[in-house]
Design a protein around this ligand. Structure first.
Ligand code: N01
Length: 528
């Protein structure tokens, strides 16, 4: 049986950096990856229009000054193919692939208390032994296919945005249906509308979307950032979501309606997620939030010519409670004659037929049906693996009422196992690349600490874990996030999933806590 110091599950940006970092510290590492290439999310989500909603100059690694200087992004927001090129460039540059086992799904991870090691089994039946496991399985990697009756009967093509084929399907002359109107659908819809003969969009809940105003990279801006990249990164890491979003220090309610709309208009023209930072209280004051929602509603009414369609596209939820979407011509697309919006908020899809979708007694016929129905987020990919800690306790049993862990990094009862950007950490509510590097660096420091103190084992204590969950919830409960909508942040998009707000809100305070734990000899951990 092959033995490693560290097994890493997943070769997305988290797994890639974990491999590079730990290998350079002298640990033997093997990465296991289901796909046949690196890139994780950006490997699987190849649908037309897939693009990052964080500025390219921020959505990239910062661990290597040479890397961040030599790589040039072509656009303000990078497209999926360009991000995948970047991932491959990093893999080649740091010679990562020799320690990545592709086309390999990890089936089980069982902890052996006698020798404090993990046994890893792959779906092909191969066995490995490893002292540490790092779960770099991603937050949005288990795609969600709702249990639509009759889905298998459909005779046309069925696609999911999260597992898009490598060979691009041809929609020329096709009748296409899309179920879902989240971030993926919002990027895809304008392009399919231009390509296909007709497009029918099934919307259960409308999403707020802000124009991206994507553009070719401003070379002078790039030059300025690169001239002082380290300070740019350091300043961003002091912000709530580790993004360069120019947060406002004033309340939306301090201004007159006209003054407020001027602020929103400036943010709208600037584009993207920074709209959420227009005022300091959009995330925790319902009245303030309504002013932003009403501004976006007014924009939708301005853009969409049919008032009934504009009304349907106007979300009635708290703005930002579901992930804010970022688009190019999303609302405009509903002015096209070949696009139909079908409201399924009151009458769910009845079934999928051989020819299409039956909804509210009407059968819509399609050649292709696209499921833009999202992911079993944050816990789905972890719980897909049979992970058993001390005394055979499974992670499924441990998390049956929702995820419980310490620092969003480690789980009591599961020694030497780490989750990168796990629930209970800022993860999806921070710049992912920044959150990934912070986690990998913290784990690497922890493993070096164990090694230099001749320790074999690190495990979160039950009390540290309980206190952490209480803290994550207490912070979330000061905001509109947990109750303002049915979001995947709370697991509400998956029938039967426990409803718990999963991310830790506030990147800087999170980092402070992680550093404090490490500086105090890993307070809250049992070391052995
Ligand atoms: O998934 P979603 P996504 N019947 O869960 C609908 C990131 N991302 O893949 O809202 C009918 O947001 C569901 O309806 P409802 C980003 O973090 C980033 O779009 O549950 N409809 C919803 O409309 C994002 O948040 C980027 O009522 C059903 C849609 O499907 C996350 O990924 C791009 C249904 C799912 O929306 C997920 O986005 C893309 C059912 N049974 C994604 N089940 C960028 O960086 C679900 N729906 C820009």
């Amino acid at each position: 049986m092959q033995k490693f110091d560290v097994a890493v599950v997943g070769a997305g940006f988290a797994g890639m950096y974990a491999l590079h970092k730990l290998r350079s510290l002298g640990f033997s590492v093997r990465v296991f990856e289901v796909g046949d290439g690196v890139g994780g999310t950006w490997y699987w989500n190849r649908y037309p229009g897939a693009r990052c909603d964080v500025n390219s100059l921020e959505y990239s690694y910062q661990f290597s000054e040479e890397l961040q200087q030599e790589w040039n992004w072509s656009e303000r927001y990078a497209s999926q193919p360009e991000i995948l090129d970047y991932a491959n460039h990093v893999a080649n540059r740091f010679d990562l692939c020799r320690d990545i086992q592709f086309n390999t799904r990890v089936r089980s991870l069982h902890f052996d208390t006698k020798c404090d090691t993990w046994h890893l089994k792959t779906e092909q039946g191969d066995d490995f032994q490893t002292q540490f496991c790092i779960m770099a399985t991603g937050c949005l990697s288990k795609h969600n296919i709702p249990k639509f009756e009759g889905l298998d009967d459909f005779t046309g093509t069925v696609l999911h945005t999260g597992t898009w084929p490598q060979v691009q399907p041809d929609f020329d002359g096709q009748r296409v249906g899309i179920i879902g109107t989240g971030s993926s659908a919002i990027q895809l819809i304008p392009l399919i509308a231009e390509w296909a003969a007709s497009l029918t969009v099934f919307q259960r809940t409308a999403s707020f979307s802000i124009p991206a105003h994507n553009a070719p990279m401003d070379k002078e801006h790039e030059r300025q950032i690169k001239a002082d990249y380290a300070n740019f990164r350091a300043a961003n890491s002091q912000r709530y979501a580790a993004l360069n979003n120019h947060p406002s220090a004033i309340s939306a309610l301090e201004l007159t309606a006209t003054e407020r709309d001027t602020v929103y208009q400036t943010r709208w023209e600037d584009g993207g997620l920074t709209f959420l930072a227009s005022f300091k209280d959009l995330g925790n004051n319902l009245d303030a939030n309504r002013t932003a929602a009403e501004f976006v509603h007014s924009k939708i009414r301005e853009i969409v010519k049919d008032p009934a369609v504009a009304e349907l596209l106007s979300p009635q939820t708290v703005l930002g409670c579901k992930r804010l979407c970022v688009d190019t011509d999303y609302y405009q697309t509903f002015n096209r004659r070949n696009v139909t919006l079908v409201d399924i908020s009151k009458a769910a899809i009845e079934k999928i037929t051989a020819n299409g979708v039956l909804s509210n007694g009407i059968e819509y016929e399609f050649d292709a049906l696209i499921l833009a129905t999202g992911f079993d987020a944050m816990t789905g990919a972890l719980l897909d693996i049979d992970i058993r800690g001390k005394n055979g306790l499974s992670l499924q049993e441990k998390w049956q009422d929702g995820p419980k862990n310490y620092l969003g990094l480690t789980v009591n009862g599961f020694p030497n196992l780490f989750t990168i950007t796990g629930p209970g950490s800022p993860s999806v509510l921070a710049n992912m690349m920044v959150a990934i590097e912070q986690h990998v660096d913290w784990i690497a420091d922890c493993l070096c600490y164990l090694r230099s103190n001749s320790l074999q084992c690190v495990e979160a204590s039950a009390s540290a874990e309980a206190n952490w969950i209480e803290l994550v919830n207490a912070i979330a409960n000061q905001t509109l996030f947990p109750t303002g909508c049915n979001s995947w942040y709370t697991g509400a998009n998956i029938p039967g999933k426990p409803r718990i707000f999963m991310p830790y809100l506030g990147y800087p305070s999170y980092v402070e806590k992680c550093e404090d734990v490490a500086a105090n000899n890993y307070r809250g951990f049992e070391l052995g």
